[in-house]
Design a protein around this ligand. Sequence first.
Ligand SMILES: CC(C)(COP(=O)(O)OP(=O)(O)OC[C@H]1O[C@@H](n2cnc3c(N)ncnc32)[C@H](O)[C@@H]1OP(=O)(O)O)[C@@H](O)C(=O)NCCC(=O)NCCS
Length: 242
Amino acid sequence: MSAVEQEPQQTEYMPYSLRPMLPDDTKAVAEIEMEAFPTTWPPTPFRKELSNRLARYLVSYVPTEDADLPEAPESVVDISKPDSLLKRMLQGVWPRIGLGSRRVDYQDLRLDFIPGFVGMWFMADEAHITAIAVLETHQRRGIGELLLIGCIELAILRNADVVTLEVRVSNTLAQGLYKKYGFEIVGSRKKYYTDNKEDALIMTTGKIQEAEYQRELHKKIALHEVRWGFSERVLTTPTSGA
Ligand SMILES: CC(C)(COP(=O)(O)OP(=O)(O)OC[C@H]1O[C@@H](n2cnc3c(N)ncnc32)[C@H](O)[C@@H]1OP(=O)(O)O)[C@@H](O)C(=O)NCCC(=O)NCCS
């Protein structure tokens, strides 16, 4: 077959998709928050946040049967053993399962696996990212970037002018991610973080409704797709509108 006749290359889907956070996800999201931001106190009341008209949360998810989880030793596992890794995993990943001295059929556990989330507040013309985090075990797989892409797309959909956030001065890794999507440092807040009195940098995108920003965004999304595969992104629930 000549090069001209060859089938176009099928671009793969990445294993992680994006959708709004649902009540069943809130425990897993709380676990991610605890891991990523251990000094956040009080913890964010994610379930309550679901009815906050100003807030929106997106999660990256993998249907549990496709998730890259430790294998269960048998098809039926005993989760009553105290402190077992599996028990902690089940508590984090399948929050609906009560833990006690009973046996659970591993194969029947079908809640989605949630490796990351992003939270936003919409105020006036601004979309403010309140938190973005990926489980340590799943970092560096393009999920953080996927969450940020979803966030900016949702902000565009909701007619926000800019996306803003605060980030620790020391968190150069996250700053790298934001800079990639056109965020620039526009100021700082002294001793913003109460745990160690660290300063926060304020970072803001350019005008996201402008064609130039959106052109650059689409280029970045295309590069993400080439690198990690296509992603399914559902940004709104039928009831939430945009
Ligand atoms: C920041 C965070 C969400 C990134 O998630 P992730 O899934 O690992 O990110 P991705 O794999 O999509 O990487 C996207 C970009 O982030 C930056 N980045 C992520 N991990 C990095 C690392 N270990 N070193 C340097 N840059 C890194 C890079 O710019 C990277 O782009 P590149 O791959 O083209 O270099 C994740 O590290 C995290 O949850 N950290 C703890 C919580 C946190 O600090 N949140 C930000 C608070 S403001």
